[in-house]
Design a binder for this molecule. Structure first.
Ligand SMILES: Nc1ncnc2c1ncn2[C@@H]1O[C@H](COP(=O)(O)OP(=O)(O)OP(=O)(O)O)[C@@H](O)[C@H]1O
Length: 441
């Protein structure tokens, strides 16, 4: 049944009609989840060189080091490790050996047990065999044993890649990444596996190692490889290598430099820059044009980046939402709505709200990590600054969105909805804590 606005065209006809205009030749090249060919990787020579040097020994059947790839979002960490692993797999194959790349994203599994299960599944999929253990009803040790069994039976060398390792927090006081790292870093000793093994973790936090407990720290000594932000020139190069995503002549000259300039303003994230270029192309197509213009880029930037920040907040974990909420509430309920919110009082607000909601309270360090991580998504800025003569240096946050809008976005999550009725109590707590902070020496 067609509605009055449909011009009598069915859904099928719409789907089958070529859109007029059409600026894309190969749109996949400007999708940030597309795995690109090696010849489109631009720069990152240092990081690439180190990952290559670290993984090369597998070709001689020699031991591999563990690695930690850290740096802000969209700076090529996953790209580099997977590009190198792909070559290693192929080179091993040509030597008649099988190299296993067992990669999982730690945002999903929540516990070390489930993460181990996902590794078993990753191996089983790769090998096209049965996982051989159920997800529930058996211990983590039994799952690990199955993982090692698959390794012994099929692989000559293995790399475990744990992406977004910091997200594996779990429901307990002590974050679950500790036990996963501890267990996997001991695989060399416990798996009875003849080949080399590398445990490679990926995180946005430069100082992630400091969060690990002493057990995990003592068994995991990775080569720490840092990926810094891209500047506008680097982003321009990255985008130029994807120019053929568009039909020849369909990109105005200024488009790539402008996308790169916007991208470098928001923490040099290549993923965002690639998305922005695609959105600009989509807007051009929507208006039936055959050329993407500077105006399309500006419109795309306006339309998508603002609500992307809020969308990001909606999709983050409960603890991170709680941390962001505490910062926004401290700004919103303060009498003077300060632009820069001191971390100390914001942490007190966090503790109070956590208590009100009856959820776990994390340490101040974890709280600060959760908040500062948001800067990579453009939600806020942070810096250390003095409180005044001789009164110490403190961490401050500055939100880039209206605090009330942030709070409303978080309250759309039913677990936070009741906070709307806590206006008066949170206001009292915030004002008291800010007053103490400002008068304390
Ligand atoms: N040096 C580069 N050359 C070409 N493309 C790049 C480069 N760096 C990043 N990209 C592209 O940017 C996007 C994001 O990169 P990647 O997934 O590797 O980032 P990341 O650092 O792992 O981010 P996150 O921490 O958010 O997972 C991908 O589409 C990738 O192809």
């Amino acid at each position: 049944m067609l509605n009055d606005d449909s011009d009598g065209i069915s859904i099928r006809e719409r789907l089958q009609t070529e859109s007029s205009g059409g600026v894309f030749a190969n749109k996949d090249l400007v999708r940030s989840d597309t795995i690109i060919d090696e010849d489109r990787i631009v720069g990152r020579n240092d990081q690439l060189g180190r990952v290559v040097d670290n993984l090369k020994p597998v070709l001689q059947n020699e031991g591999l080091p563990d690695m930690l790839l850290s740096g802000p979002s969209g700076t090529g960490k996953s790209l580099i490790i997977h590009a190198v692993c792909k070559q290693i797999v192929e080179l091993c194959e040509s030597q008649g050996k099988t190299f296993g790349v067992l990669s999982i994203n730690c945002e999903g599994p929540k516990t070390a047990d489930r993460a181990v299960y996902r590794l078993v599944k990753a191996a089983a999929n790769d090998l096209d065999v049965d996982p051989g253990v159920p997800q529930t009803g058996v211990s983590t040790d039994q799952k690990l044993e199955r993982l090692y069994e698959l390794m012994r039976a099929y692989y000559d060398g293995v790399i475990f890649i744990l992406d977004e390792i910091d997200m594996l927090e779990g429901p307990y006081q002590e974050a679950e990444y500790n036990s996963l790292i501890y267990q996997l870093s001991r695989a060399r000793k416990l798996a009875d596996f003849g080949g080399p093994i590398s445990l490679t973790t990926i995180t946005n936090y430069a100082d992630f190692m400091k969060n690990l407990n002493s057990r995990a720290q003592s068994s995991y000594n990775p080569d720490d490889i840092f990926f810094d932000d891209y500047d506008a020139t680097q982003l321009r190069h990255i985008l130029k290598y994807r120019r053929d995503a568009f039909k020849s002549g369909s990109l105005s000259e200024d488009v790539i430099p402008l996308v790169a300039a916007f991208g470098s303003q928001t923490h040099g994230d290549a993923r965002k820059a690639i998305d922005l270029l695609r959105w600009a192309g989509e807007l051009a197509e929507r208006r039936g044009a055959d050329t993407v213009t500077e105006d399309d880029v500006r419109e795309a930037q306006e339309k998508y980046t603002e609500n992307r920040k809020l969308r990001h907040i909606s999709g983050t974990s409960t603890q991170k939402k709680l941390s962001i909420y505490a910062v926004a509430a401290t700004a919103h309920y303060a009498t003077d709505h300060p632009e820069w919110i001191p971390a100390g009082p914001a942490f007190k607000t966090y503790q109070f709200i956590a208590e009100t909601m009856d959820v776990d309270q994390y340490s101040r360090e974890t709280f600060v990590n959760h908040v500062t991580e948001q800067s990579t998504y453009g939600v806020l800025d942070f810096e250390r600054r003095g409180k005044g003569r001789g009164r110490g240096v403190h961490m401050y946050f500055s939100l880039s969105e209206d605090p009330e809008t942030i709070m409303e976005t978080i309250r759309e999550d039913s677990r936070f909805a009741d906070l709307a009725h806590e206006d008066a109590t949170i206001t009292a707590v915030v004002r008291e804590r800010l007053k103490n902070f400002r008068t304390d020496n």
